[in-house]
Design a protein around this ligand. Structure first.
Ligand code: FAD
Length: 467
């Protein structure tokens, strides 16, 4: 008799939802004898993707966009019939705050690494000595083959401290809310390692591999996509595409045991659910708890996770006496600021803000300033406004604010991350076959990376169940 096989997805963030979506699709299209269940601890789906729509504003509490060149997200939007809801960011000058002064971001750079040399030579961000040191990139030998190193070590060796601290660090560490001197090169930006291996100089490598821009008179399109009704609209569409009974909200998976051929999942409801395969799409730190009898997951105690708070402030445009013509700025650590970045959301995403209003979205919570995330709303707003007033002149209090604290939300891919994950996966495949780990803790924190991992988990589960 052909019994129905049960697949449980634990965690209803974008990773788990993607896995549920593609699994359901495969089952229907190929008439597979499988059943999917998605178990989510909280009372809603989406995890870190959360949108507030208030007084005509669309405010993202978590991610606000994704890189348009990253295929898995674009593909999923197409699958869901949402391409007509994708909007590109408005482009404009972006800035960097160095030594407490706002500078225009030098043109012709990729992640802070010069592709065109001229704008760097003329930029006020670096001293003549710093510029000279960055030029050593042309002659410094490549790194030893194969071994991991921190982004800090890698870039400081190639370009010196100044280029790193005044430009590369604020851009790169902002993405991961991490410390560049701890972050793994191989797990975050392996493309720079490849470039160095192939061309020795990163500048030369980028010059050779960056596609030449076609001459055009029009404004260049933005590199990011968002959804016209907010990121969470993608979550709602995914949720609506799942059959009734697939999703269980307010239910956490507290413990899992392997029993002969299947798994027994102890749910917070007290129910024991049996499964043939499991996709764990939760943050990594849930694994040592849920699989407490397996030492292999103790490895995950070595993956830190940092906290950040996102502060959205809505103003009448008249409140901003001295504005800045641009889309936002990031802050270098040598500036006496506690915000790490600020987006002029009304300029970057005009559809998010009513006419005549301004929406500023800032982040606080550097790895060395984690305690700020626990401050009261009033304290955080005061600190943020104080910082903003150093670069702008804001004369009134915000009309309203939305503060979102994300505790331990940013997994840190520290040096050796890839090996750590590979080791756990290898042990899990032997001791716990049919268990798959997927999501932002493992192979990329960006939403498209998470979607890609959800898709990969589906392929892995199907291959496993086919036997
Ligand atoms: P999560 O969203 O964390 O989902 C995991 C789910 O598992 C949660 O819903 C949780 O409740 C559930 N869960 C946990 N334990 C259990 C359990 N035992 N049983 C059942 N359920 C459980 N990426 C971009 O591409 N662009 C951006 O602009 C961007 N900005 C960001 C801004 C912020 C503030 C943050 C925090 C992240 C940002 N990211 C961005 C990264 C991206 O949003 C996340 O990496 C991604 O959304 C994570 O998705 P996930 O499904 O892997 O995990």
């Amino acid at each position: 008799m052909n019994e129905t096989k049960r697949i449980v997805i634990v965690g209803g963030g974008i990773t788990g939802l993607t896995a549920a979506y593609y699994l359901q699709k495969e089952i229907k299209e190929n008439n597979l004898p499988y059943e999917v269940k998605l178990v989510e601890a909280s009372d809603r789906l989406g995890g870190k993707i959360k949108t507030v729509r208030q007084d005509g504003y669309t405010i993202e509490r978590g991610p606000d966009s994704f890189l348009s060149r990253k295929q898995p997200a674009v593909k999923l939007a197409e699958e869901l019939g949402m391409t007509d809801q994708l909007v590109r960011n408005g482009t404009g000058q972006s800035y960097i705050l160095v030594n407490n002064k706002l500078h225009k971001m030098p043109k012709g750079a990729f992640m802070g690494i010069p592709v065109q040399v001229r704008p760097f030579l003329f930029s006020g961000i670096f001293s003549p000595k710093g510029k000279l040191r960055a030029g050593f990139d042309f002659v410094i030998p490549k790194s030893k083959k194969g071994s991991d190193q921190s982004l800090g070590v890698f870039f400081r060796r190639r370009f010196g401290n100044e280029l790193v601290e005044n430009l590369i660090e604020p851009l790169l560490s902002g993405i991961y809310a991490g410390n560049i001197d701890d972050m793994s090169l191989m797990a975050t930006f392996p493309n720079f390692y490849q470039l160095e291996q192939e061309h020795r100089s990163l500048i030369k490598g980028l010059q050779k591999t960056t596609p030449k821009k076609k001459k055009s008179t029009g404004k260049k399109p933005g590199m990011f996509f968002s959804f016209i009704n907010g990121f969470e609209s993608m979550i709602h569409t995914l949720e609506n595409s799942l059959d009734e009974g697939v999703v269980s909200l307010n239910t956490s998976v507290d413990h899992v045991e392997k029993k002969d051929q299947d798994y027994h999942l102890l749910l917070s409801s007290g129910e024991v659910y049996k499964a043939d395969a499991i996709v764990m799409a939760t943050p990594h730190y849930t694994l040592p708890k849920v699989f407490s009898q397996y030492d292999m997951f103790n490895e995950f105690h070595d993956i830190p996770a940092t906290s950040v708070a996102n502060v959205a402030l809505a103003f009448d445009q008249s409140a901003i006496k001295k504005g800045i013509d641009g889309t936002g700025f990031v802050v270098s650590r040598n500036s006496d600021f506690r915000i790490t970045a600020c987006t002029w959301t009304h300029k970057k995403w005009p559809q998010s803000t009513p006419e005549g209003k301004a929406l500023l979205r800032c982040y606080v919570g550097r790895p060395t300033d984690q305690s700020i995330v626990d401050f009261s709303d009033e304290e955080i707003i005061e600190i943020v406004l104080n910082d903003l007033n150093k670069t702008m002149n804001i004369t009134q209090k915000p009309e309203f604010s939305v503060i979102t604290r994300w505790q331990n939300a940013m997994p840190q891919y520290t040096v050796g991350h890839k090996e750590r994950i590979a080791k756990v996966r290898d042990e899990a495949s032997r001791e716990l076959p049919g268990l798959f780990l997927s999501g932002s803790s493992y192979e990329g924190i960006g939403v498209p990376d998470c979607i890609g991992q959800g898709e990969k988990a589906v392929a892995d589960v199907l291959e496993y169940l086919r036997g």
